[in-house]
Design a protein around this ligand. Structure first.
Ligand SMILES: *Cc1c(COP(=O)(O)O)cnc(C)c1O
Length: 410
């Protein structure tokens, strides 16, 4: 639950939610404990009546998780909280919950928004495991799902008319791995006319570059494994929402009873990483455009998808919706699987690895790595070709990243 306090974004990234303990520790301790001691039964009663802020058992809540939740809520709900401050509204306007992985956050959200008999509409291109969850797992629990290409508003309106039992819409922008963008405000307009919640996976952009809640979305999801932590040391997930009843009655219950909670140490590390997120995203964006421009000029690269390029088909939407374009690039190497393999095998500085958003550059081959479970037909339909590679441009000097790509291409 975020306390409403006006602060600049970069200041909030460092100070929001910080724990100041009685020992005067500058950096929060790691509360590496499973349970919490109560002084006496009166303290137990006070806790039960919500008269104190304490914790009882770390699956329910623990200090490092609460601190991280507050920081992330403050960043994703930045403008909403500023507006609440200005209106002197002290009610919580944004809440967050932290999970052990991004998939724990995504599955809890989808099962919190939809029950047996309901319908969920998802974008056609999604992170591989989200795609599997929507396609294979949800129907096993009586929740039907369908897809809308690129979340086109007209097609979405049609899908909502076809499925009046739709309770949630899931989208990713930029989408993994194609970098396709979705106009969040346009989707919100259509969805809210049908009383349907809009869930945005904001992992690729982070709250520095894009804040879906400010554009009207109901729920934001993160794999905090990626940019939020930024250093590749853990797995984590987060749900941030302006729908306080949804958070309290559904998401809060699902994390407690499914039990996908994060460790104190992982929350502590993520909180530390988050402090430099504004600075990191700025440099990821500066390196991203340089690498994208370099790739665009290469004969052996068929196309480059990067929201910051003038040639990007959704560049106008990117400028309207985002505050910078980040470090994720998709491009197609000439020669299909063979061409991509030769290129990837020759890289020296850049690592061949899935995941993204780390300080170092990671490159992967979606068709055989992150999206290998998707059938070749659907891969072809959604633009995941055999020559497609996905780059997570790191914080090394851009010229060194480009030199490595260049020697591998030559
Ligand atoms: C990695 C990722 C996920 C899944 O997160 P995990 O932390 O691996 O469970 C979900 N969505 C996107 C866009 C991702 O990149």
């Amino acid at each position: 639950m975020s306390k409403q306090k006006p602060q600049q974004f970069a200041t909030a990234a460092i100070h929001a939610g910080e724990i100041h303990d009685e020992q005067g520790a500058h950096i929060a301790p790691i509360y590496q404990t499973s349970t919490f001691i109560f002084e006496n039964m009166a303290a137990v009663e006070a806790y039960k009546n919500e008269e104190t802020d304490g914790h009882i058992y770390s699956r329910g809540s623990h200090p490092n998780r609460a601190a991280l939740a507050e920081k992330l809520a403050t960043l994703e709900g930045y403008q909403l909280i500023q507006d609440a401050c200005a209106a002197e509204n002290n009610e919580p306007v944004v809440a967050a919950e932290i999970f052990s992985t991004g998939m724990a956050a995504i599955s809890a959200t989808l099962l919190g928004v939809a029950q047996a008999g309901d319908h969920v509409i998802a974008q056609d291109v999604l992170y591989g495991s989200s795609d599997h969850f929507v396609k294979e797992i949800m129907p096993q629990y009586g929740i039907s799902t369908s897809r809308v290409k690129g979340m086109n508003p007209d097609a979405l309106a049609q899908a909502l008319a076809d499925h009046p039992n739709t309770t949630g819409i899931l989208l990713e922008t930029p989408a993994n791995p194609t970098m396709e963008l979705v106009d969040i405000a346009a989707v919100v307009d259509v969805a809210h006319a049908h009383n349907t919640k809009v869930i945005v996976d904001n992992t690729f952009a982070s709250p520095v570059l894009q804040r879906p809640l400010e554009l009207g979305a109901d729920v934001v999801l993160h794999s905090t494994t990626k940019y939020i932590n930024g250093h590749g040391t853990l797995l984590g997930g987060a749900v941030i929402s302006r729908d306080i009843p949804l958070m309290e009655e559904k998401i809060g219950m699902l994390i407690r009873y499914f039990g996908g909670v994060p460790s104190p140490f992982d929350c502590w590390l993520t909180n530390l990483g988050l402090k430099t997120l504004p600075l990191r995203m700025k440099q990821h964006s500066e390196n991203g455009i340089q690498v994208a421009q370099y790739l665009e000029e290469q004969k052996k690269i068929n196309f480059v998808h990067y929201p910051g390029l003038e040639s990007f088909s959704q560049h106008e939407l990117a400028k309207r919706q985002m505050d910078g374009f980040g470090g994720m690039i998709a491009c197609e190497v000439a020669g299909g699987y063979e061409g991509a393999t030769q290129f990837l095998d020759r890289l020296e500085l850049c690592s061949l690895a899935v995941s993204l958003g780390n300080v170092d550059t990671l490159i992967e081959h979606p068709a055989s790595m992150t999206h290998g479970d998707i059938t070749p037909e659907i891969r072809a339909e959604t633009g995941i070709s055999d020559g497609l590679i996905r780059l997570s441009v790191g914080l090394e000097a851009a010229e060194d990243i480009i030199a490595d790509l260049d020697q591998a291409l030559r």
